[in-house]
Design a protein around this ligand. Structure first.
Ligand code: HEC
Ligand code: HEC
Length: 298
């Protein structure tokens, strides 16, 4: 018998012996054990003898056919026909690829992003119709719950700005905020006030201080800052009483819905720090939280 065949038999016996040892030799007791062992034996015999067949073929077989002209370091190549099955698979794959591009995924089929967008649109529409027809006080109530989740981490539960970490929203403006704005100007609220506000319209520190006190103090008549407010041209954009003009200058006398909405659209950087924009809120949510802020200082 051929040496390789003997090795194969020895290998089979060793593996089967090992399997018997691991299973504890309990063949007779359980028909499932017996069948599994027979299956293992069949697999082993088939695999080992298939491997042996090819090893022997590599050892002894010689190829026949017409050699191609070139050879590479003595290694030649036969001119073989393209195998029929291979050619069929190649053509089939080409046809399938064209189908895949034109009709299958991704051009023409299910899209996860599409499904997500459709769901968001549907949810927003359901939200809009559920909360259509709210009264002003409903808006304030909804705004309070949004405020607690989205804004309180920086502005504090009482919206007092947590010791200067963010703006105090219980009164419109702190004196330092006004003074900072006069000195530096700003163009945070680009969407609603594209022109921005130029800095340096007043430069005398005493005048700046007086105007800041006048604005932060609520535009009291007879205040010394009133004349500098007019002198600096502030009334041109913010109006005599600070109520502002749409598209020109925001309301600096009190928080109203348009002013807060504009802060939410663009965010704000100032002398306290930076506030991110909140453009992920829906229109109703924005109006709600803005109504809540406006209600605080009333
Ligand atoms: C050319 C128009 C214009 C003039 C003049 C102007 N402002 Fe403004 N002001 C604006 C705009 C626009 C903003 C919003 C700034 C932004 O987008 O950051 C603003 C913002 C402010 C703010 C900040 C509001 C906030 O929420 O922080 C204050 C305070 C202010 N102005 C006070 C003044 C004073 C005081 C003067 C006069 C010295 C003045 N403004 C002159 C257009 C103007
Ligand atoms: C990451 C912290 C942070 C969060 C969250 C935050 N803010 Fe602010 N907010 C600030 C800071 C800081 C300022 C002051 C910016 C400045 O002028 O220096 C500010 C300023 C403001 C102003 C402008 C006040 C002014 O001077 O005109 C409004 C209005 C406001 N926030 C409302 C909100 C609302 C409503 C929310 C929730 C939807 C919110 N903020 C969430 C940090 C935050």
């Amino acid at each position: 018998m051929n040496k390789l065949t003997i090795y194969g038999i020895i290998f089979t016996v060793v593996l089967m012996g090992g399997t018997l040892l691991v299973t504890g030799g309990d063949i007779g007791g359980d028909i499932v054990n017996l069948l599994s062992l027979l299956g293992a034996l069949a697999l082993l015999v088939i695999s080992i003898f298939v491997v042996l067949k090819y090893v022997r073929q590599m050892q002894y077989d010689t190829a026949t056919g017409e050699l191609a002209e070139g050879n590479w370091d003595g290694i030649g190549e036969y001119k073989n026909e393209l195998p029929f099955g291979w050619a069929i698979i190649f053509l089939g794959l080409n046809i399938w690829a064209i189908w895949y591009w034109l009709f299958g995924y991704p051009v023409n089929a299910y899209s996860q992003i599409g499904e997500y967008n459709a769901e968001v649109t549907a949810k927003n529409a359901a939200f809009e119709s559920t909360y259509a027809g709210m009264t002003d006080s409903d808006y304030v109530d909804m705004g309070q719950s949004i405020f607690i989740v989205q804004c309180a981490p920086c502005h504090g539960l009482k919206a007092d700005g947590m010791d200067g970490k963010a703006a105090n929203l219980n009164s419109r403006l702190a004196k330092e905020t006004v003074a900072h704005m006069i000195k530096n100007g700003g163009n945070n609220l680009k969407t609603d006030f594209p022109g921005g506000m130029p800095g340096g319209m007043l430069s005398d520190p005493a005048q700046i201080d007086a105007v800041a006190d006048y604005v932060a103090g609520g535009f009291k008549s007879g205040h010394a800052g009133a004349q500098f407010y007019a002198m600096g041209g502030c009334n041109g954009c913010h109006g005599d009483n600070g109520a502002g003009f749409a598209g020109v200058g925001p309301n600096i006398a009190s928080f109203d819905v348009p002013t807060v909405t504009s802060v939410l659209k663009d965010g704000k950087k100032g002398h306290i720090g930076a506030m991110p924009k909140f453009d992920n809120l829906t229109e109703i949510q924005t109006k709600a939280v803005a109504s809540y802020i406006a209600s605080l200082s009333k």
